[in-house]
Each structure stands twice: as C-alpha cells, then as structure tokens.
Design a binder for this molecule. Structure first.
Ligand code: 16G
Length: 202
C-alpha cells in the first residue's frame, strides 16, 4: 500500500481500523478526491463523494468488506449465492489484477461499520475512437433502510464522474423499466434508435 493510501485510511477510516490487509482498497482512493462535482446539479445540500453526510464514507471496496455486509447488500439486488471468504478474496485479487478495469465503490455507515451502498464502474478497453475506453455502470444497490438520503444518486453520480475521470468516452447501464425515471433524473438517457439491450442467459 502506498503511503498516501495508508494515510488516507488513517485520516478517514478510523471507526473500523483492522489489520492493514483488510483495509486494502481495490483501487487508489485518491481517484475519488479528483472527481469534479462542480457541474453536478441534482445533489441537494452539497452532498458529494467527499461530503456524503454524517457517519458516511464513500470509498473503494476493501477486502475487509466481506465482514461488513457487502455481499448481504448485493443480495438486495439479485442472487448472490453462498460465497466463502476465500472465494471473495480470490475474486477481489482477480479484479485488482485487472488494473484500471474494476472500480467497485461502496458507501460505509462508519458508525455501524456496515456497507450500505455499492456500485461498480467496469471499464472496457476499445480499439474504436482511438483506443478509447467505455464505462459500464453495474450492480447498483442501496440498503432499503437508507432510502431518502440521496445515497442512490450519490453512488451513481460518483461512478459517473469516476468514468469521466479515468477517460471513458461514455458510460451506460442496463436496468429494470421501473428504474428508468431514476437514471433519467441524473442524466442518463435512451438514445433514439439505439435503445435495445439484448441478452442470452446461460
Ligand atoms: C441490474 C444491474 C446490473 C446487475 C443486474 C443483476 C444496474 C444499473 N444494473 O440490471 O448491473 O448485474 O441487475 O441482475 O445496477 P441479474 O442477476 O438478474 O442479471
């Protein structure tokens, strides 16, 4: 861990200090400090990733989040399955090894030491558009009990700005029909004539 990352946790992550390995972030937390919130108009009361609200912290996923309800939170989105610590850590290491590709970002309730929101930026490397990158917004979930605190908008906006920061030329998502008004309210739109998600489930 670089000294700046380690200092970040000394300053920001006091409530759940544990062995350094558990605090290992999936990506450099300093990236979140670089996000430009100046043009984001849909957040109320000055909420940003740096000022998420009392007792809340926006940060990269850490290894120790296995113990902080991360997987239980994901199960509010879809099936998760019975994932051992070993499997979790192996997947974490695989994601980390794909440098600049997976940015799993969480909101922690630092009073409870619990993960209450999460979303992922997945970056695809492309040949098109001069070897550009495309972002995908994935696995957005906020604990039901934390509704009304702008946490959905906060985590999605964080990922959107992160996609811009790391050089994606666009970011897209798949969602249920009922979620379209939410994503529309924070800047996502369907492109005319280019609005079809097609899948094969295995
Ligand atoms: C939603 C999610 C997607 C997630 C999928 C899981 C967003 C914007 N979309 O479509 O990322 O992977 O649900 O559902 O969060 P599934 O297990 O039925 O495929």
């Amino acid at each position: 861990m670089s000294s700046s990352v380690s200092q970040y946790y000394k300053d920001k992550y006091k409530p759940s200090v544990g062995p350094e390995e558990l605090e290992e972030p999936l990506y450099d937390p300093d990236l979140l400090k670089k996000l430009d919130w100046s043009k984001t108009t849909h957040m109320k009361n000055g909420v940003t990733s740096s000022t998420p609200g009392d007792g809340l912290l926006v940060r990269p996923l850490c290894k120790g989040d296995y113990n902080k309800g991360f997987l239980q939170l994901l199960s509010q989105l879809t099936k998760v399955g019975d994932i051992s610590r070993e499997s979790f850590e192996e997947r974490f290491e695989q994601m980390k090894a794909c440098r600049d590709h997976y940015y799993v970002t969480v909101i922690e309730d630092t009073d409870k030491g619990e993960i209450v929101g999460s979303a992922t930026l997945a970056c695809e490397l492309k040949f098109i558009r001069g070897c550009t990158k495309r972002g995908r917004l994935e696995d957005v979930v906020v604990n039901n009990e934390y509704r009304g605190k702008q946490l959905g908008k906060l985590i999605v906006s964080t990922i959107t700005l992160l996609a811009k920061e790391v050089g994606c030329y666009k970011i897209g998502l798949d969602c249920k029909d009922e979620m379209k008004p939410f994503y529309s309210s924070i800047g996502y739109c369907s492109e005319k004539g280019n609005d079809n998600t097609m899948i094969i489930r295995f």
